[in-house]
Design a binder for this molecule. Structure first.
Ligand SMILES: Nc1ncnc2c1ncn2[C@@H]1O[C@H](COP(=O)(O)OP(=O)(O)O)[C@@H](O)[C@H]1O
Ligand SMILES: [Mg+2]
Length: 504
């Protein structure tokens, strides 16, 4: 290896993550996210400065042993953290909105419709005493108010623009600073902070007022549009449905009542379905989605309870529920861990297929790097609440650079050579006391003295590939990755080559 021949550049991670690749569009940008839990023993630092971009139409796999902070990261994105959790820092930008700052109500709008989540254990996300069909349609019916949707669609852009005004954000930040950082400051410093905040606020006052007026106007416009829609529906009803009711009344005397009444009911249903998603429509869509996720005989399955399904089929139902809202982003947190190997492969294939068909972006979380190979466009390797290496799938599988990634790679059982599985020695650290420096050093035979003192910077191996290990420093001694890993890489590169030649 000649990596140490010249000094590698470093980036200011987790503030930045490197350039956006050409032709790629970030859908979700997480920056410097830190989350901790208050417990009786102290503060558990579950996530400690995580940053990544999820690009449109791609799958990002987050890989790491149990306890590395994967689920806490995904729960923070979904806004479903336990009450004892605290977001210490960071932002999660989705469509220009910072999900860590928006209100509960707005969060529902995004969580319910734009970002879907699939959990490890399908049983815990299904209601055991409700038929699966009802569980699928329930969400559609809840989100199915079309009048409200017109209103929300109208005000959405303005809301995002105002909320993300940098000046307002810095005002909020300086207010926060007043609240939090008061202990270590002198009286004079405190007073200066208060003064700075007041000044800023005074300067912003006209702007804030202007914003309020703009938003009020937009809201009025939204209400007007929603009302106009409702009135148009009602007008249509008066013109087309009510006469049918009159006819039906007349038919009580003249005969043919049931036909006439049926016609009225049809028109009435059409009216209602213009205002909200009807049960019939929801059922139709549920059956289509059940088919889409590979559930055979959906008509019959629709009326069954979760316990009548196998584990794999249950996970398909959970995926179906997540799809009902047509999400842009699907977060799958170890969706196959509870399933046996063949079923696991089928679910992975399903997720891949859905991603392509629906042009979704996927965050796929797993502790098993072996699962990742056929799924990931990009991989982020997580350890002790931090991302220690990230790159394209090829970067991680063919040019791994962090000793922890090496360790994960050596622990994948190899189907070809039947090589022994090398378990990673030791256990992940207790996040009540996050280790200093490189957290993996305690378990790594590659550890250097500096690893126990200072955290390594994020080295840029290429424009897509980054790793945080002192081994990449120009002053570090040569370090070869474990034989088992380099042999595997050599073999799979050889196979790749042969495959290419064979095709030619
Ligand atoms: N509700 C909680 N209270 C206290 N600590 C928690 C809680 N949830 C998670 N943690 C801690 O946060 C860390 C990361 O957990 P998690 O994100 O679930 O790991 P992963 O999903 O990678 O297995 C662990 O140390 C875990 O013990
Ligand atoms: Mg987890």
């Amino acid at each position: 290896m000649e990596k140490n021949a010249k000094a590698l550049r470093t980036i200011d991670y987790p503030k930045e993550v490197g350039p956006v690749p050409e032709g790629k569009k970030p859908v979700l940008s997480v920056r410097n996210l830190a989350v901790s839990f208050k417990t009786d023993e102290g503060s558990v630092r579950a996530v400690r400065g995580v940053s990544f971009d999820l690009y449109k139409g791609e799958t990002l796999c987050i890989v790491g042993e149990s306890g590395s902070g994967k689920s806490v990261t995904s729960k923070t994105i979904m806004g479903i953290l336990a009450p004892s959790a605290h977001i210490d820092s960071g932002s999660i930008i989705y469509e220009g909105e910072d999900l860590t700052k928006i209100s509960e109500e707005e969060f529902h709008r995004i969580r319910g419709t734009k970002i879907g989540m699939v959990f490890q254990d399908p049983l815990s996300s299904l209601n055991p005493i409700m038929k699966v069909g009802k569980q699928i349609t329930e969400v559609m019916l809840i989100n199915g108010n079309r009048v409200k949707k017109i209103y929300l669609d109208t005000i959405n852009d303005t809301l995002i623009r105002l909320k993300n005004d940098q000046r307002l954000v810095s005002l909020a930040k300086s207010e926060l600073k007043l609240k939090n950082g008061s202990k270590s400051l002198s009286k004079e410093e405190k007073a200066a902070n208060v003064e700075a905040y007041r000044e800023m606020k005074a300067k912003m006052a006209p702007k804030i007022k202007e914003d309020k007026v703009a938003l009020r106007a937009k809201k009025a416009e939204g209400r007007k549009k929603a009302r106009a829609y409702r009135l148009a529906c009602f007008k249509d009803y008066r013109q087309n449905a009510l006469p049918l009711l009159w006819k039906a009344a007349v038919s009580l005397v003249t005969g043919g009542f049931s036909e006439a009444y049926g016609a009225f009911i049809g028109a009435h249903r059409r009216y209602v379905s213009k205002l909200r998603v009807s049960h019939k429509e929801a059922k139709r869509r549920a059956l289509t989605i059940m088919q889409e996720v590979g559930i055979r005989d959906p008509e019959r399955r629709y009326n069954q309870y979760p316990f009548e399904f196998s584990g794999g089929m249950r996970q398909r139902i959970v995926i179906a529920i997540a799809l009902t809202a047509d999400p842009d982003v699907l977060i799958c947190d170890e969706p196959t861990t509870a399933l046996d190997v063949t079923i696991q492969a089928q679910i992975l294939e399903l997720i891949n297929r859905l991603k392509k068909a629906r042009d979704m972006s996927v965050i796929f979380i797993t502790h098993d790097l072996g699962v990742v190979a056929n799924m990931a466009d990009r991989v982020a390797v997580m350890y002790a609440g931090k991302i220690v290496e990230y790159g394209t799938s090829e970067d991680i599988f063919f040019r791994p650079a962090h000793p922890y990634t090496w360790a994960l790679l050596s622990s994948i059982p190899d189907v070809d050579s039947k090589e022994r599985l090398e378990a990673i020695p030791g256990t992940p650290p207790n996040m009540l006391f996050p280790p200093k420096g490189d957290a993996f050093a305690l378990r790594s035979r590659y550890a250097l003295g500096i690893d126990f003192k200072e955290e390594p910077p994020m080295y840029e191996l290429s424009s897509t590939h980054y790793a945080s290990t002192w081994l990449l420093d120009e002053r570090a001694p040569e370090a070869e990755m474990p034989k088992i890993v380099s042999t595997r890489i050599k073999n799979s590169l050889k196979r790749e080559e042969e495959r290419k030649n064979g095709l030619r």
